[in-house]
Design a protein around this ligand. Structure first.
Ligand SMILES: Cc1cc2nc3c(=O)[nH]c(=O)nc-3n(C[C@H](O)[C@H](O)[C@H](O)COP(=O)(O)OP(=O)(O)OC[C@H]3O[C@@H](n4cnc5c(N)ncnc54)[C@H](O)[C@@H]3O)c2cc1C
Length: 335
């Protein structure tokens, strides 16, 4: 394509994607951007449309396996710096890059499940993130997005019931839409501390899981005042995630979706097959959680993909279905 970039500081060159995801895997992105406002994002989108560059939008990179050799014709755009919020329709509007886990410290019982859930608001809507009896679809008001195929329509909105939310699914996975933000149903929550905390967080790479845990686990827990009952709930979640050693190694969280028709979580099937601890290069099926493949020693994307394929084959042979990936696998030049 060879187009010269004219967006100056907005677009960076040769950025290691490994530094922008929780897996610490991913080669150099020829083009990379982190807009901090809607205006910057619109310029980037416009630029891509004019030059023919493909656009890959993401958040904190906690659910992505980036390629070892990214496609040089793609502009990788993280929205993690778009972290604004405002009151809207008696709800609270959060921009796409807002770190979801802040909600856990607001004192609202419906948001407790977001504790130590890595990632941004936008991606959590996209995947309908869920855990500990909570789910994004249950706390959302209107969702706002741009249709890349119809930019003239401007910012569009969608009610939750039109978002086709299901287990780890939403309409946003089927459409060329960029989620700009969403309302959460929160009339009265404690969030006067967000501004200071977001300033602190700017200096930390939260994509790295050890940093993430340090900041959202220990750091916020000691700094933000919450009730005794709420503290206990957060501690229970932290203990469960720590027991599964979720923050000890780079990973993408659960690699596979569960097959609810079959009725046994994929992690348990992996365990029954005796695959826990199996390694390939620097990647390993976690000994602590059958649905995690960890990067224990400079794993490549190819290492992880090998283990994904192996689990899919073995599960299919024994249990008769192929577990679909939950992780978003981005193809590169090696694939
Ligand atoms: C240790 C660990 C534990 C985890 N535990 C859980 C859990 O308990 N429950 C759970 O549901 N998930 C879990 N996850 C997965 C992850 O936390 C969620 O999927 C989260 O929503 C990802 O947010 P992100 O910003 O990092 O998304 P990214 O990884 O950056 O992106 C994920 C996908 O969303 C798309 N996307 C991102 N932003 C936008 C946008 N604004 N508009 C359109 N598309 C977008 C991307 O293109 C990509 O396809 C875990 C991950 C880790 C590493």
């Amino acid at each position: 394509m060879g187009a010269e970039l004219k967006l100056g500081k907005i677009i960076e060159k040769d950025v290691p994607l490994a530094e922008h995801c929780s897996y610490k895997i991913g080669g150099l992105a020829r083009f990379f951007a982190q807009p901090s406002s809607l205006q910057e994002l619109e310029k980037i989108i416009d630029y891509c449309q004019k030059t023919g560059l493909k656009l890959f939008i993401f958040g904190l990179g906690s659910n992505i396996l980036f390629p070892d050799r990214p496609d040089g014709e793609t502009l990788f755009v993280s929205l993690k710096k778009m972290v604004g919020w405002e009151k809207k329709n008696n709800n609270l509007f959060l921009e796409a890059g807002f770190p979801l886990s802040y909600l856990a410290y607001t004192g609202h019982p419906d948001f407790v499940f977001t504790h130590l859930l890595p990632g941004t608001l936008g991606a959590s809507v996209y995947i309908n993130a869920r855990c500990y009896e909570g789910e994004m679809s249950k706390i959302l008001g209107m969702v706002y997005y741009l249709d890349l195929k119809n930019l003239k329509a401007g910012i569009q909105e969608l009610e939750p019931k039109a978002c086709n939310f299901a287990y780890k699914e939403s309409i946003f996975q089927q459409k060329p839409w960029v989620i700009l933000g969403a309302e959460i149903k929160a009339e009265d929550i404690r969030h006067n501390w967000w501004r200071d905390e977001l300033e602190k967080a700017k200096k930390i790479n939260l994509a790295a899981l050890d940093n993430f845990f340090q900041y959202f686990g220990r750091g916020l827990f000691s700094r933000v005042k919450i009730g005794v009952e709420e503290k206990e709930k957060l501690q229970q979640i932290a203990a469960d995630r720590e027991k599964k050693k979720q923050f000890c190694y780079p990973s993408c969280g659960s690699v596979f979706r569960n097959n609810y028709e079959y009725g046994v979580p994929t992690g348990i099937l992996v365990e029954q097959l005796g695959l826990k601890g199996l390694t390939r290069g620097g990647a390993k099926i976690s000994p602590y959680h059958g649905n995690f493949i960890i990067n224990f020693d400079r794993a490549s994307s190819t290492d992880v993909k090998y283990l994904i394929q192996l689990v899919q084959d073995k599960v299919n042979n024994k249990f008769g279905f192929i577990p679909g990936p939950e992780v978003v696998i981005v193809n590169g030049q090696e694939s």
